[in-house]
Each structure stands twice: as C-alpha cells, then as structure tokens.
Design a protein around this ligand. Structure first.
Ligand SMILES: NC(=O)c1ccc[n+]([C@@H]2O[C@H](COP(=O)([O-])OP(=O)(O)OC[C@H]3O[C@@H](n4cnc5c(N)ncnc54)[C@H](O)[C@@H]3O)[C@@H](O)[C@H]2O)c1
Length: 440
C-alpha cells in the first residue's frame, strides 16, 4: 500500500468565493443552503453522494467519499463573490430563474445577506453585458489586484473563515491567445503594472487569489490560469489550480458516448452539435469573441478521445461542428441536439440522435461544490500547481506542457478516485480481476 499523504484536518470554516454571481453561482449557493436545512438532496455531487470502493471486491469496503477523505462539511461553508451587477444572491437567483421561487424563498433570508463585492470588469473582454453598475475603477491592473486581495482579507475576517477556495463563475471572456505578458511571473507582474491589454479580468482575480494562497478553479473556457505565468505562480505560492470550463450538458454527453463508440471500434463520419440557450450566459456567448472561447473548448474533446492519428480509418475524416444559438424563451433550460453519423461492419452507415433537454445550472452547481471542496482538500494535502485529477469536472482539462488532456469521463473518474485512494494510502484499483481466480 502507498504511504498516506499527510493532510491537515478540515477544521473551522471554508469560504467559497465566486467571481460571478449569476445563474450557476446562485444555484450552487441556494442548493447548499437548502441541503443544509434538509430541504433538498445534493444530487450530482460526488463529494456528497458518491461511494468509493477500497481494496478487493471481497472486502466489501465501499465508504462514501466524504467519509473517506477529510472534506469540509456543508455546515462549515461561507459564501461570497464579486459581480458587476449589484444584485444580492436572492435577486440574482430570482432573475436567473433556474430555481422555482418557492425553493428560493425557503432560504431567501440567507441569500439576501450574500451581496457581491465590486467586480474587476472590462467590456473589452465581455461585450454583451449592459448597464453594469458595480465595478471597481482603478488606474492600474496591479491596484485592482491589490483591491481584490483586500476584499479577500475583509471577507476572511468578517466571516471568520479559516480557509478559502475561489471558483470562477463569471461570464465567458473573449478568446485571446496567450501573449508575452503570460510567459512568466515577472512579465505578468510588469503587465499588471503597465495595464497590458492581453491580461484579462479573470487573470487579475486569479493572480490575487494565488498571491493570497487561495486555490483557484476556472469554470469558464477563458484562458485564466492556463498560462505559464499563473502556473509558475501557483507552484511558487504552493497553491492548487484547475480548469477549465465546467463539463455539463452536451460535452458531458459527448465524453460519455464517444468512448463507448470507440470501445466498440465503430467509425464516425460526422458529429453535429447544436444548442439553444436563453440565459445570460447565452447572451454573452452570442458575441463571436466569447463564443470562440467556448468553441475551442468544446471542439477539442473528440480529437483526444478518438485519436484520429491512431485510427485514421475510423476517425480520420470526421466533420465536427458545434453551434450555440441564443434563444431567450428557453432561459436556463438548454436544449442540446447531437446528430452522430457512424458506421460499422463493412462500412454500413447508422445514425444516433441525442436530444438533451437539460438545465445548465442544475448540472453545473454540484461541480462548483465538488471543486471547492476538493481544491481545499488538495491545499491541505500540500498539493500545488495543476490538479489534473480534477479533469473529471472540465470540458477542457488543464494539463502539464507536453501532455494531452484526458477527456474520457470514465478514465477521468478512475483518475479522480485513484488519486483519493493514493492520498489516503489505499491501493489503486487495477480491475485486473485475476486475483479472484488464482489457486492457493
Ligand atoms: N452548465 C453551465 O451553466 C456552464 C457550463 C460550463 C461553463 N459555464 C460557464 O460558467 C460561467 C457562469 O455561467 P452562468 O450561467 O452562471 O452565467 P451568468 O451570465 O448567469 O453569470 C455570470 C455572472 O458573471 C458576472 N461577471 C461577468 N464578468 C465578471 C467579472 N469580470 N467579475 C465578476 N463577475 C463577472 C456577470 O455579471 C454574471 O452575473 C460562464 O462563463 C459559463 O460559460 C457554465
């Protein structure tokens, strides 16, 4: 058995900070508050619902993950965040319209107390948000970062939290390649001082978080911590980072179905994915620059899972198209269609149609909870830099240079659970199975 990692206990309170207090963030907070009061069950969350098998099947050891690894409990969480709109969490949840008002009313008092801090925001990075009224105005990006650090300190003192985790739940920023300012910490800090236009607001939050020793996970497809300077800073400061883009909806389906088709060596000619979506996220993604960030994140998964270079006959000529259409009447009730043109024995064609009528934020909220709790666990276990074991939660998992991202949901789950086993000094599960058949 491996040596267990030394993990500091989850004593005291954990503060979860979300830049962005829109649909996903408020659905997450409301869900935790409701679960805490016994009004709801945290379905979709591995930290709250899943078991983990330990040892041989004959040992019948199968504890819940939350009883196996030392995680912060739901009663020990405090919530805070930033938003360029001044709405408190109650008003924002009502406007987002994800949850039924009677659910929100049950916890209305607590939600009203969660008021956003002034945001670091720029229309250069998120175009389709009008009339923002709750923004920090400073002359230098470095001063903005320092302002965020003061916010973090104030939150820590007011809520008397012992530890913090930050999960980006803000709008998708415009797509930009990383530039010279992202190459190392020195260049990045010089860029913060000179207001380098290639540094995004989300990167200013990430910088502030890492400087304050706060783990940072990125739920949107923007680059943020996926840049050498911020990876370096996370290692230097000994802080975990993870990203990017919560794996929900259509990509979740894709990373379940594609490994299955590949497992049976069924070929694919085309995969057309289209969505209609009417929430604020949909409005932001209606801007081509923000959509580009999403498109890059969504397109990558098939290539990695199917390995067209290894299987050119099966996957060498796929037409893969992804569309997102803003359609206000649906609100948060997204509809994602997939048409998959596949072929089998002797090349005979077949089709698969998936029509997923999902609720985007209902799928994303438990991911925010799990990421915050696991990032806090990672920090207490002394882990820093990229947390690849959390790739299960991301459309576009961050990975070390020179590696490819693992996108197959089932490999990602095995990776996550094996990391937990390893942390706690339990044997990996190899699924070899031969030990049950060996003669004495
Ligand atoms: N299933 C999902 O819902 C899902 C899946 C993957 C990724 N995401 C991503 O998660 C993010 C949140 O999604 P949502 O549905 O809650 O969107 P939303 O529009 O309801 O909420 C985003 C919030 O971020 C705020 N914001 C924008 N720029 C900000 C900044 N610089 N600082 C602080 N706040 C800022 C906006 O005002 C808004 O209130 C989006 O980037 C989205 O692409 C969501």
């Amino acid at each position: 058995m491996p040596e267990p990692t030394s993990i500091a206990p989850a004593e005291g309170k954990l503060g979860i900070l979300t830049p962005g207090m829109g649909a996903v963030a408020t659905t997450f907070v409301a869900g935790v508050l409701a679960a805490r009061k016994g009004f709801a069950t945290p379905f979709g969350s591995l930290t709250q619902m899943a078991h983990i098998r330990l040892g041989k099947r004959t040992e019948k050891r199968n504890p819940m993950i939350k009883d196996f690894v030392p995680l912060a409990g739901l009663n020990d969480l405090e919530f805070g965040g930033w938003d360029p709109y001044s709405d408190d969490a109650y008003t924002s949840a009502m406007k987002a319209g994800v949850l039924d008002p009677r659910h929100v009313e049950n916890i209305g008092e607590e939600l009203r107390l969660i008021k956003p801090m002034h945001a670091v925001f720029s229309h250069d990075w998120v175009k389709n948000l009008d009339a923002v009224d709750h923004v920090k105005y400073e002359t230098s990006y470095m001063t903005l970062a320092e302002n965020l650090m003061e916010d973090i300190d104030r939150f820590r003192a007011e809520k008397q939290v012992d530890r913090l985790a930050m999960v980006w739940c803000g709008s998708t920023e415009a797509y930009r390649d990383i530039g010279a300012a992202h190459q190392d910490v020195d260049a990045f800090e010089a860029g913060l001082k000179s207001n380098d236009p290639t540094i995004s607001p989300s990167q200013i939050y990430a910088y502030a978080a890492l400087q304050m020793g706060v783990p940072f996970a990125n739920g949107a497809p923007n680059i943020t911590v996926d840049a050498p300077a911020l990876v370096q800073l996370s290692k230097e400061r000994g802080v975990p980072i993870a990203g990017k883009d919560f794996k929900t909806g259509q990509t979740l389906m894709k990373t379940m179905v594609a490994p299955g088709l590949k497992a049976r060596m069924l070929g694919i000619n085309g995969w057309f994915s289209t969505n209609i979506l009417g929430n604020r996220d949909g409005a932001v993604l209606d801007d081509p620059d923000s959509f580009r960030s999403k498109e890059v994140s969504k397109l990558g998964v098939l290539d990695q899972i199917l390995e067209p270079e290894v299987y050119p006959d099966l996957y060498g000529d796929i037409y893969h198209k992804v569309r997102i259409n803003y359609y206000p009447p649906r609100g948060d009730d997204k509809e994602g269609w997939d048409n998959i043109d596949i072929f089998g024995w002797l090349g005979y064609p077949m089709q698969i149609k998936i029509d997923f009528l999902c609720k985007d934020s209902i799928l994303a909220a438990p991911i925010v909870l799990d990421l915050a709790l696991f990032m806090d666990l990672a920090a207490r276990a002394g882990k820093s830099g990229i947390q690849e074991w959390l790739s299960f939660y991301f459309k576009s998992p961050q990975h070390a240079e020179g590696l490819y991202a693992e996108n197959d949901l089932f490999i990602q789950l095995t990776k996550l659970k094996n990391n937990l086993r390893d942390m706690m000094g339990e044997d990996m599960i190899t699924h070899l199975g031969t030990e049950y058949y060996e003669e004495d």
